[in-house]
Design a protein around this ligand. Structure first.
Ligand SMILES: O=C(O)CCC(=O)C(=O)O
Length: 370
């Protein structure tokens, strides 16, 4: 008899605990989205509400050619990066120095990992994974979520090259490590620019303190029979410093417009796939450090019925033992610290202890007396 995915407990056990993931559901031929995945109406993503005028305005801002940093247009590129970080919190980069063939291999490796039989992936489930660096799972924190996200993932934490090559999954370890290493150089350049724009300098110690923990994730969004009812990833901001994201050509990554939020509106734009480009987004740590000048972007992902989507984020974050807080020189200029100093380990624990809920993660560091 075919399993009944209408039974919430059976579904949870099959998808989450046994590690079949959403892909396991889809491979079982489901035609109807199970109740547990149906988002409340206010969390669903209506493609039609995207305002094309606003989309056009931001399109110009979002693709930045990093090779121009080495020529006469350097100042303009520095300005574009700074403005993007201060407004949308998202931008795309082209001519970023990361091998384009590597980016193709990464997407293939993600498909290869997720196309394995469930029992192979389940080896890396939380609690049984042979490596503390590798975790395979589905949704964000399934135990805490009213509606699950339509996404499976594998997460690979970086400690050193040897551990990555001996512990990360064979299907993706080499390309994921290469991606991490070549992207880190670009992240350093971007952070130098963003620090310069704040009137501060980024030395080796500061760089290490802001990016000492790195994780490469591979996300897999299977096709969904009713995309209008589900989300791939719910509204959230990233907790770290900068995220580098490789997306394939399917599309579906949406960012909330901060300027609209300030006017009390809820407007989103899509970050369109651009062949060869990487997406960069500002995380909570940069919003805190800049005393609110840089915007950690609220974003979410739509599902589709036509093709499975993969994305590969590299999260750069402080180590759990680091303290994060606004730069003192900015507090002096502003006359107020909008955030208090917190231990990043505590910030992380709070972040992973709750379901995604927009930019609520930042409340943990808000200075309520400011
Ligand atoms: O898949 C994407 O485009 C974004 C993924 C994301 O937001 C995340 O993994 O936190």
């Amino acid at each position: 008899m075919a399993p009944s995915f209408d039974d919430g407990n059976f579904l949870f056990d099959f998808v989450v605990q046994k590690g079949n993931g959403v892909k396991g559901l889809v491979d079982n031929g489901i035609k109807i989205v199970p109740e547990r995945y149906i988002q409340p109406p206010n969390e669903r993503i209506d493609k039609k509400i995207i305002n094309s005028r606003i989309q056009q305005k931001y399109q110009e801002l979002v693709a930045i050619d990093l090779s121009k940093l080495n020529g006469p247009e350097n100042d303009q590129v520095v300005r574009d990066i700074s403005i993007a970080a201060e407004t949308l919190g998202f931008f795309q980069v082209i001519n970023h120095g990361i091998n384009l063939e590597l980016l193709e291999l990464l997407k293939n490796a993600a498909h290869k990992f997720f196309s394995q039989p469930p029992e192979k992936k389940a080896l890396y489930l939380k609690g049984v994974s042979p490596s503390p660096l590798v975790k395979y799972g589905t949704s964000f924190v399934p135990e805490m979520e009213m509606a699950l996200e339509w996404k499976d993932y594998v997460s690979m934490m970086y400690t050193n090259d040897n551990e990555a090559l001996s512990q990360w999954p064979n299907e993706c370890k080499e390309v994921a490590l290469e991606y991490l290493k070549s992207s880190t150089k670009m992240v350093r350049k971007l952070l130098e620019i963003l620090f310069g724009n704040l009137g501060a300098t980024l030395d080796d110690t500061k760089f290490e303190s802001l990016t000492g923990l790195k994780m490469v994730n591979m996300n897999f969004y299977p096709t969904c029979p009713s995309p209008e009812l589900t989300v791939g990833v719910g509204r959230h901001s990233d907790m770290g410093t900068l995220t580098v994201l490789l997306q394939d050509g399917i599309g579906g990554l949406y960012v909330k417009l901060e300027e609209a939020v300030e006017e009390g509106k809820d407007e989103w734009i899509e970050i369109p796939p651009i062949p060869g480009a990487l997406v960069i987004n500002v995380g909570d740590t940069m919003q805190i450090l800049s005393n609110g000048r840089y915007k950690s972007a609220e974003h979410r992902v739509r599902t589709t019925s036509s093709e499975s989507r993969v994305s590969v984020p590299l999260f750069t974050t402080p180590k759990p033992s680091e303290k994060i807080g606004p730069l003192p020189q900015l507090v002096e200029i502003d006359g107020v610290a909008h955030y208090k100093e917190v231990l990043f380990g505590d910030y992380m624990q709070n972040f992973f202890g709750k379901a995604h809920e927009g930019k609520k993660s930042l409340d943990f560091a808000k200075n309520n007396s400011a």
